[in-house]
Design a protein around this ligand. Structure first.
Ligand code: LMR
Ligand code: SF4
Length: 513
């Protein structure tokens, strides 16, 4: 029983990380039909769908951030839950060893990465008992970028763009619309939101996250909530934020709302935002043997995607101009770039994310970064038999976290380009103008697509910060990204934020009485 149980849980983890469920694939396929070919949105979606296909074929992580593994388990009375826990720990360690999960468990005080995804509070495992005669195990791998966009409202409140939100269905409606606006593209839109109405601050968020275990195709049995869910998806998609915040027709793939009782003084609306890389699967297990009896969320026809990212990239390039960037880059080259240009990077780039940015703000760098490109990325790395490193997954991380440091670091070390996703703020924009730099936006979550652009790992520094936080020296070829902030004070992110806030204000009038 134990061996089979371990194996079944291992399979669940691997499938969840590498094979996007069919209900999510259907929603993404539908979003794709709404975008016109030749737009940045169509290009992003083509990259995303090609990436989904590659992850499936390579049995490799869809996105490099394999999140905080969270299990929800129902067991028949009498089943030993401690044994299941042990089997999960084993499977998590094994999946990490094989590059199916990124080592993601970090000591909050020392910053030390445990290396195997275990640690105080990790993974999250929640048990319930039930009267059924099988074990139901569900797993969600929700990454950090979208987790950071979760938001909780306490009613009544004043909602930016929408005015007062009272303690009623219409107030709830305003909070949910606002939650989509405030996420912009930073949680790798188009996303899915789980909403919890009521509870306290903790159980409200729990409820919101539990909604993410519903199928995208289900229908809320509560008529008022069903209407609310439909309204939100329809109207959030009018905000024009689009895939990755590039503008476009689809901003939200789904909205699932649940409600629990509250106490008289509190009225919370909690929103859990999940990126398009909505990795959650489930299995029914035989309680005697541990064998998988059935996979969940996998009803219906296969949904596969053609490889057309390259074609869509070329279409967008033809409308602007194709620029090949190769470090070291001069200030003059950078000044020629404008928002909207598609660049292809060939040559070297260096990864650097949270720990590196903090460190470099008051230390020298072991690498000469003059004229170089910094990639906000925490990859999944694997070592081969010859002790050589290989990139197993390497999409961008949310850049805005580096906002306090970025401008100063670019100036201090002569960095000419930074690449990540979601854009950066006014401080960085001003520094790009002053120093001569650009911000490049890669497609969040497209970890397989970009891993294939990496030809060699030529070195690594700062491994003491852990695998995702180290500075990896990557030799790449044809690594495509869009200039979304240039050295002339232009920012696509600022523009989309402004126009989506204006659109949000159209939904001020009461809808649900
Ligand atoms: O940690 C990462 O690699 C990415 C993160 O999920 C993010 O969206 O910023
Ligand atoms: S990088 Fe994007 S797709 Fe990946 S976990 Fe973060 S938010 Fe999700």
């Amino acid at each position: 029983m134990m061996e089979q149980l371990k194996e079944s849980l291992y399979q669940l983890i691997v499938e969840t990380s590498t094979n996007l469920p069919k209900d999510v694939r259907r929603a993404i396929a539908k979003a794709k039909t709404r975008e016109n070919s030749g737009t940045r949105a169509a290009m992003s979606l083509a990259t995303i769908t090609e990436n989904i296909q590659m992850a499936d074929e390579n049995v490799s992580p869809i996105c490099q951030d394999t999140g905080m593994p969270t299990f929800k388990i129902y067991t028949p009375v009498g089943v030993n839950q401690l044994k299941i826990k042990d089997a999960i720990y084993w499977a998590i360690v094994e999946a990490t060893k094989h590059g199916k999960l990124r080592p993601n468990s970090v000591d909050s005080l020392t910053g030390e990465n445990s290396g195997n995804n275990l640690g105080e509070g990790n993974p999250v495992i929640k048990f319930e008992q039930w009267e059924n005669d099988y074990i139901d195990v569900r797993l969600i791998l929700k990454g950090g970028g979208c987790e950071n966009k979760n938001i909780q409202y306490s009613l009544p409140c004043e909602v930016e763009g929408l005015g007062r939100a009272g303690r009623d269905l219409d107030g709830i409606r305003k909070c949910i619309l606002h939650s989509v606006y405030q996420a912009q593209g930073q949680g790798c839109s188009a996303g899915v939101i789980g909403v919890g109405i009521g509870g306290d601050r903790t159980s409200g968020y729990e409820l919101a996250k539990a909604q993410l275990f519903r199928s995208l195709d289900d229908e809320n049995p509560n008529e008022q909530l069903r209407e609310l869910e439909e309204y939100i998806v329809e109207n959030a998609n009018k905000l024009g934020i689009g895939t990755m915040g590039f503008g476009g027709e689809t901003t939200l793939l789904g909205c699932k709302v649940g409600t629990i009782h509250r106490i008289p003084a509190s009225f919370f609306v909690s929103v859990a935002y999940n990126c398009w890389a909505y990795r959650r699967l489930g299995v029914k297990l035989n309680p005697d043997t541990g064998e998988i009896q059935e996979w969940l969320y996998q009803e219906g026809e296969e949904v596969t995607f053609p490889k057309e990212a390259e074609k869509e990239e070329e279409k967008v390039e033809n409308q602007t101009k194709e620029v090949v960037l190769q470090a070291p880059i001069s200030e003059e080259q950078i000044r020629e770039l404008k928002v909207g240009d598609v660049v292809r990077i060939t040559g070297m780039m260096y990864t650097g994310r949270d720990a590196i940015h903090k460190y470099l703000s008051d230390h020298d760098c072991e690498v000469d970064l003059n004229g170089q490109i910094i990639y906000h990325c925490g990859p999944v790395m694997l070592k081969d038999e010859d002790e050589k490193w290989h990139v197993a997954a390497a999409g961008p991380t949310t850049s805005i976290r580096e906002e306090p440091y970025q401008g100063d670091i670019m100036k201090k070390f002569g960095i000419r380009a930074v690449m990540g996703k979601g854009g950066m703020g006014p401080k960085t924009l001003a520094a790009l103008k002053e120093h001569g730099g650009v911000y490049l936006n890669a497609i969040g979550g497209a970890a397989q697509y970009y891993a294939e652009c990496v030809q060699a790992v030529e070195g690594v520094n700062y491994t003491q910060f852990g695998i995702p936080e180290a500075m990896w020296h990557l030799r790449v070829k044809d690594f495509t990204a869009v200039v979304t902030m240039d050295s002339h004070g232009n920012s696509l992110h600022q523009d989309v934020d402004k126009s989506s806030l204006e659109k949000l204000a159209q939904f001020k009038e009461p809808v649900f009485k």
